[in-house]
Design a protein around this ligand. Structure first.
Ligand code: HEC
Ligand code: HEC
Ligand code: HEC
Ligand code: HEC
Ligand code: HEC
Ligand code: HEC
Length: 270
């Protein structure tokens, strides 16, 4: 065990050495990058899931075919290892402009209220992920709120869900009991079965908005009952308040179903 860890460390050191060397040899781009920035980036990367899996600077900053240095890698760079993330992102409201070859989405184009300082921020993988730390906890809430500025988004912090998220800062990802913006809007999906099962994030933020009850089955019902979930989702005030209180709607369908069940069992006491 210790031997393996040590080898891992040595390998990381070697990679960092090589990478920093690479940056200096091949970088006309370094003109705009200070040594301090390089050090900071290297430090972020060192403890990332990438470094732990031997993904180094060149994995992203060097073109696979031409071997040329890439100063600012785009989403296509991620595709070789994260095809599912890239494909689902490109089908979303966030990514569709890139799929169509247009300029990236920016908050300035939005109909929904957005943070004033973020108006020109371009939507790409790095809009949510700090690509060097690849931190998914930060990406789950804080990143969203750098752009989104509507009542529903801002009210999230008052919810029980936000408390659960704050209490579960598990690494490398928020734990399964936490409810972040992404739990609802970029839900986790199990691919494969048994030993081959892997959990991936559906990056299509449009997918479970319509029909409205898709989110009920895909998300809410892994923790809440069907009635509780429907009564919450179909109450626009509760959605705007970002679920800061229990639902008080009584949906007619459920009342009818209960009445039918009561008739069927002969139990009409209710
Ligand atoms: C997982 C892919 C990935 C890895 C690994 C990676 N980078 Fe990057 N790097 C990017 C992307 C994407 C950008 C563009 C980010 C942006 O536009 O905000 C970037 C930007 C940069 C920049 C420019 C920063 C700026 O603000 O202009 C520098 C310098 C840099 N990376 C250095 C490194 C070094 C050094 C390493 C290794 C220790 C490294 N990168 C590892 C993807 C990566
Ligand atoms: C050469 C392969 C490779 C490339 C290129 C690559 N990654 Fe990764 N990435 C990995 C591996 C391996 C892991 C760790 C295992 C996993 O989670 O799939 C990972 C994990 C991640 C994670 C999850 C981190 C966590 O803590 O669970 C994020 C987020 C991520 N990568 C983002 C990106 C982005 C954004 C890009 C493009 C700028 C990119 N990666 C490019 C291989 C790569
Ligand atoms: C760079 C800014 C930015 C970041 C970061 C960002 N968004 Fe968005 N998002 C937008 C813009 C712009 C729109 C389009 C809004 C419009 O057209 O009115 C949008 C749209 C949406 C929509 C509506 C989708 C639809 O089909 O109508 C949802 C849901 C959403 N974002 C959730 C999130 C979540 C969750 C996060 C964080 C995990 C996040 N966003 C991060 C800018 C951002
Ligand atoms: C418990 C689940 C849940 C959480 C947590 C959550 N949302 Fe939502 N969000 C919804 C539902 C449900 C809707 C309404 C869908 C509808 O009525 O069309 C919605 C709507 C939205 C919309 C508006 C889409 C549109 O076109 O009007 C945005 C943007 C959004 N959420 C962003 C966020 C952000 C950012 C966070 C975190 C700060 C967040 N949400 C947290 C469930 C959630
Ligand atoms: C709107 C914000 C947002 C954008 C844009 C975004 N991500 Fe993510 N991504 C997240 C969040 C949040 C998680 C973790 C969610 C969770 O685990 O509950 C995540 C998880 C991941 C993971 C680990 C889980 C998995 O599916 O393997 C990878 C890899 C990843 N993203 C890659 C990418 C790549 C590549 C892009 C660009 C094509 C991208 N992301 C764009 C927010 C975003
Ligand atoms: C990972 C589990 C999980 C998911 C997914 C989840 N919730 Fe929750 N939710 C909880 C927990 C735990 C509480 C706190 C319960 C308590 O305090 O008794 C809660 C509380 C609530 C509350 C009451 C808040 C209060 O202040 O009492 C509402 C309403 C709610 N959730 C609606 C939803 C809806 C709608 C969805 C799907 C869009 C959803 N939840 C998804 C776990 C989850």
């Amino acid at each position: 065990m210790i031997g393996r860890q040590l080898t891992g460390w040595l390998r990381s050191l070697l990679v960092i050495g090589l990478s920093v060397l690479l940056m200096f040899i091949v970088t006309p781009m370094a003109s705009a990058t200070t040594q301090q920035e390089l050090d900071d980036i290297t430090e972020l990367w060192q403890t990332s899931a990438h470094a732990l899996n031997d993904i180094n600077c060149a994995s992203c900053h060097q073109n696979n075919e031409t071997k040329e240095f890439v100063a600012v890698p785009d989403h296509e760079t991620c595709r070789s290892c994260h095809e599912q993330a890239v494909d689902t992102f490109l089908l979303s409201k966030h990514g569709i402009r890139l799929l169509e070859g247009d300029s990236p989405l920016t908050p300035a184009m939005a109909r929904l209220p957005m943070q004033h300082e973020a108006m020109q921020k371009q939507m790409n993988c790095n809009a949510c992920h700090n690509v060097h730390s690849a931190n998914t906890t930060e990406a789950s809430v804080d990143a969203c709120l750098t752009c989104h500025n509507d009542n529903h988004s801002l009210n999230y912090q008052n919810s029980r869900h936000a408390e659960l998220f704050a209490a579960s800062q598990e690494l490398p990802r928020p734990g399964p009991g936490a409810v972040s913006c992404s739990t609802c809007h970029l839900p986790r999906v199990v691919h494969g079965q048994g030993d081959n099962a892997v959990v991936k994030v559906n990056h299509n933020n449009t997918y479970n908005l319509k029909p409205q009850d898709r989110m009920v089955g895909d998300v809410c019902m892994s923790c809440h009952g069907i009635e509780y979930s429907y009564n919450s989702i179909f109450d626009p005030e509760l959605v705007e308040a970002n679920f800061d209180r229990p639902p008080n709607l009584e949906m007619e369908t459920f009342e009818l179903m209960k009445a039918a069940e009561a008739r069927r069992t002969g139990n009409t006491s209710e």
